[in-house]
Design a protein around this ligand. Structure first.
Ligand code: G4P
Length: 537
């Protein structure tokens, strides 16, 4: 008799999710605690150590370590309470929002992490908007209750007003900072006391009805009275729990806790597993693809070259959308129609890689890629299935590349080709002036620093950049036009992207509005699908 677990059961126990937050809200700390529960790392409270060495478990690149910011995305897998979790780590910095967007395409749900003192911060807003565009369900964790915090009702109000999503608190904090006594779980009627002391220790929870004398005794009459009053207020002020609304991204359950002190993290993780969806059907050109259909399908959401500098390799990250994977199986690379043998797919845990023998819908595979795969490409076993692509957004910053050693032109070209395929930067050429040096476009300025560094370290091409005075760009479609028509240095310029699509650059919003107004026959587009014809926005 076969001992293979049924496909449905394997899919049902999977949770593929990402954590979004403003830098410093505690994402690294929370990630480490979650991994610790899953037994994926064995050292708790290592944020301090990380800060000292500038090295996080989920950071790869030297530059990330130097700067202490998370640039690339890693995928971390762990098991907890019979569940298989795939945690997609997203860059915390806004300059890498394109990377975040691509990563969120692979997630089924999201944890939004807020700092209890700072509430909703600028980066939270931007990342939240991406989740909203993708209709992702969002669970909120409000962190750092051990420090002086904003009033919890005000925090909920802020989430609703600024982000436009109603909330329903699952637990409720009792005091904050030096007066923080713990949290009371509304859903289970449980008190979890906060005991000061050594961090890394797990807190214990007791089931106590709100009017239990032990609860009054534990909190003291004043704090107890305040808790009762606030919970009553909440009954009127917050929405009742509704799973459909949560799954549609229209209601966020909220948890309070402290990641650093490991307070509330375990109950949070348990609830999260109950709430968060397992892989759901995904839309493709051929219709909705059910994760439990036996044929394997998936799409590439990220490409990363030189992840391991000693190997000089290129890895394409594939989110599996349906079926069961077994090492050695053959699929079709849908865009080219060519067969693709999945011989050595990898899973990642920071720098550690392991070969994958079996995987299921919801899991992430790393495929060795010789350059055939692109972001947004689909793979399918049997009949071709083409998932919705991942858009590329129009850049907002532009530089012209100046190669410092003209003998390194080949290295520069190779580097730029690869980095643009990764989506790390966009590369353009000037059809009017026929300048040899390409123009780079980025959504965030820090991307240029990464590119300059990687060109030097990974490809041996030292470059400097000259900033160009443009802030807006649109791809253009419609009847043929002469590129020189838009050549007005300092105001507008026309470039070609690596797929030969024309893109107009504008110095100001005003110039853009004027050009669009004067060229009604043309369509101006803010985002395109790499490798595919036609506008998406
Ligand atoms: P990030 O990845 O979102 O950028 O945040 P990270 O986890 O690195 O945490 C940012 C800072 O917040 C760290 O302090 C971390 O220790 C602290 N922190 C995280 N969770 C909590 C919490 O629940 N309570 C309190 N009080 N602090 C928390 P740091 O001073 O930047 O570094 P360190 O010197 O503490 O290591």
């Amino acid at each position: 008799m076969s001992t293979t677990p049924p496909l449905e059961a394997e899919i049902a126990r999977r949770r593929t999710f990402a954590i979004i937050s403003h830098p410093d809200a505690g994402k690294t700390t929370l990630t480490e605690k979650l991994l610790l529960y899953g037994g994926a790392i064995h050292l708790a409270g290592s944020v301090k150590a990380r800060r000292a060495t500038r090295h996080a478990t989920s950071d790869w690149m030297e530059m990330e370590r130097e700067r202490g910011i998370s640039i690339t995305t890693s995928v971390l897998q762990f098991e907890w309470q019979g569940h298989h979790l795939n945690l997609l780590d997203t860059p915390g910095h806004n300059d890498f929002s394109e990377d975040t967007y691509r990563t969120l395409a692979a997630a089924d749900s999201v944890i939004m992490l807020l700092d209890a003192a700072k509430g909703v911060e600028p980066q939270t807003i931007k990342l939240f908007q991406v989740c909203r565009m993708r209709g992702l369900p969002i669970v909120t964790f409000i962190n750092k209750l051990d420090r002086a915090s904003q009033d919890p009702l005000d925090l909920l109000d802020e989430i609703e007003k600024v982000l436009g999503i109603p909330t329903t608190p699952v637990n409720w904090p009792i005091g904050s900072g030096p007066d923080f006594l713990g949290v009371y779980e509304r859903w289970g009627g449980t008190l979890m006391r906060y005991e000061r002391g050594e961090s890394g220790r797990k807190a214990t929870a007791e089931a106590l009805p709100l009017d239990a004398p032990e609860l009054i005794e534990a909190l003291g009459p004043r704090a107890h009275a305040q808790l009762v009053e606030e919970l009553e207020l909440l009954e009127g002020a917050s929405l009742p729990w509704n799973r459909e609304d949560y799954l549609a991204g229209k209601l966020s359950p909220v948890f309070f806790g402290s990641a650093m002190n490991d307070f509330g993290v375990e109950p949070f993780l348990n609830r999260f597993l109950e709430l968060a969806p397992s892989p759901r059907p995904r839309s493709a050109a051929q219709g909705s693809i059910d994760p439990a259909q036996p044929a394997l399908t998936g799409f590439v959401f990220k490409i990363q070259a030189n992840m391991d500098p000693s190997h000089r390799d290129r890895i394409a990250f594939v989110r599996l959308c349906s079926g069961r994977f077994e090492r050695g199986m053959e699929v079709t690379h849908v865009r080219t129609g060519k067969p693709l043998k999945l011989n050595k797919p990898l899973q990642f845990m920071a720098q550690e890689r392991t070969l994958v023998e079996v995987a299921y819908a919801g899991d992430i595979l790393g495929l060795w890629d010789s350059g055939a795969l692109r972001i947004g490409d689909s793979i399918a076993e049997g009949k071709p299935v083409e998932f919705e692509g991942i858009p590329r957004f129009s850049p907002e910053h532009f530089v012209r590349v100046a190669l410092l050693d003209p003998m390194k032109r080949k290295q520069l070209k190779k580097g730029l080709d690869q980095l643009s395929e990764e989506g790390a930067v966009q590369v353009f050429y000037d059809p009017v002036r026929l300048e040899k040096d390409p123009v780079l476009g980025a959504v965030g300025l820090l991307q240029f620093d990464v590119i300059q560094y990687r060109l030097r370290v990974e490809y041996g091409a030292d470059v400097s950049f000259v900033r160009l005075p443009y802030q807006y760009a649109r791809w253009v479609e419609g009847p043929p036009f002469s590129e020189s028509k838009f050549d007005d240095p300092g105001r507008t310029a026309c470039l070609l992207d690596i797929e030969g699509r024309p893109l107009i650059l504008f110095a100001t919003e005003w110039h853009m509005a004027r050009v669009i107004d004067q060229n009604k026959a043309l369509t101006f587009i803010a985002a395109v699908q790499p490798g595919r014809k036609g506008a998406i926005v």
